[in-house]
Design a protein around this ligand. Structure first.
Ligand code: AGP
Length: 356
């Protein structure tokens, strides 16, 4: 088992560090050097007029991100928790139903896909696992090519899901201008992630706040699913209380929880309206004495109001989601490590949940 970890203390840390390679594999031969075309085989020939994403846990966060991509391209899309979809399915119409599942074996997701199929929908599995039940039962499969993931906490497969969803949107719904702005950013991701891994100060921040009462994560648009994912990762492996929020929702309730014992991780990318509004939310929590960690590319003035900064390189906002996420993976890992948790096998959890 030790050899399998290639010198890392945990599979999770190894898999976090494998993300540059996993993304190179995901993109290999699928995007061209000029950034003008995407080739994902026959999946690229689909032309959905609407999409329903179904998934659980981390994969559900990827689903929220995927739905955002298609919505921004003008195609109605929605993410559903598979466990809810299976028992309360919405009208499907002509929508393509997309199951996102790294294992391809999650019972809730399979059940949602079966319900969609029973109602006549065309289905697509976005998965890491060739030959899995999801790929056998769906009409189409898009592989994320992340390589095996052993740690119960999904890390490199989440990155693979986001990258594959970008390819899917670029191939089926987006124009050449968008392709030319997004593909170069996707191609830069392995190098940009490596730079985050090499320079992150997440370990020091994690050490300082490992005993905090609660951890909050806030973000908007593509950073909102990352905020949810940051919180899930932290709870899953550290057993500490954590919540992710759409930054604008804080003042509608969660702000009551904010004190000097609740570090707030704010995800701020770019210098546009979204960043400006999130900086406004940072000011709200700062005024309640919360320690603020800005996870940012430094384009806005977020750093002025933050106690700590976790930096990411500047890139396209869609690609930036994968970079802020790496910082949050490292925070979760180091908090859990400081608390001496069994990181690769957290209590009560299984890698693949095969019961509903
Ligand atoms: C992620 O860290 C979790 N272990 C969990 O939420 C997981 O993402 C979920 O169970 C879905 O798994 P799947 O992608 O294999 O369907």
């Amino acid at each position: 088992e030790e050899t399998g970890k290639s010198g890392y203390d945990h599979y999770m840390l190894k898999e976090i560090n494998e993300q540059p390679r996993a993304l190179r594999q995901c993109l290999r031969a699928r995007v061209d050097e000029l950034g003008s075309s995407v080739d994902i085989d026959t999946v690229g020939d689909l032309s959905p007029s609407g999409l329903q994403f179904v998934a659980c846990g981390t994969s559900y966060h990827a689903a929220l991100y995927g739905a955002r991509l298609f919505e921004q391209a003008g195609i109605p899309a929605r993410a559903y928790l598979a466990s809810e979809y299976a028992t309360s399915p919405p009208p499907i119409g002509d929508d393509l139903v997309v199951g996102i599942t790294q294992s391809g074996e999650t019972a809730d997701t399979l059940s949602a896909l079966r319900e969609a199929k029973r109602r006549g929908a065309e289905t697509l599995a976005v998965t890491n696992t060739v030959g899995s039940t999801a790929t056998r039962e769906c009409d189409h499969a898009l592989y994320i090519r992340s390589g095996p993931e052993i740690g119960v906490a999904a890390t490199k497969t989440f990155a693979g899901q986001l990258a594959a969803l970008n390819l899917f949107a670029l191939a089926t719904a987006e124009d050449s201008q968008t392709r030319r702005s997004v593909i170069p950013a996707l191609r830069d991701l392995p190098g940009d992630i490596q730079s985050v891994l090499d320079n992150s100060t997440a370990a020091e921040i994690a050490e300082q706040y490992a005993d905090a009462e609660s951890f909050f994560f806030i973000g908007r648009r593509y950073q909102y699913p990352v905020a949810l994912e940051g919180a899930l990762k932290l709870k899953e492996i550290s057993y500490e209380h954590a919540e992710g929020f759409a930054a604008g929702e804080l003042k509608h309730g969660p702000l009551a929880l904010v004190t000097d014992q609740t570090p707030v991780f704010a995800l701020v990318v770019g210098d546009g309206e979204i960043a400006r509004k999130t900086v406004g939310n940072i000011k709200e929590v700062e005024a309640r004495d919360a320690p603020v960690v800005a996870v940012t590319d430094g384009q806005s003035d977020a750093e002025l109001y933050a106690d700590h900064v976790l930096e990411i390189p500047e890139t396209h906002p869609r690609a930036a989601a994968l970079l802020t996420n790496v910082q949050l993976q490292l925070v979760a890992y180091h908090v859990a490590n400081n608390l001496g948790r069994p990181i690769d096998k957290p209590r009560n959890l299984a890698k693949s949940v095969t019961v509903e």
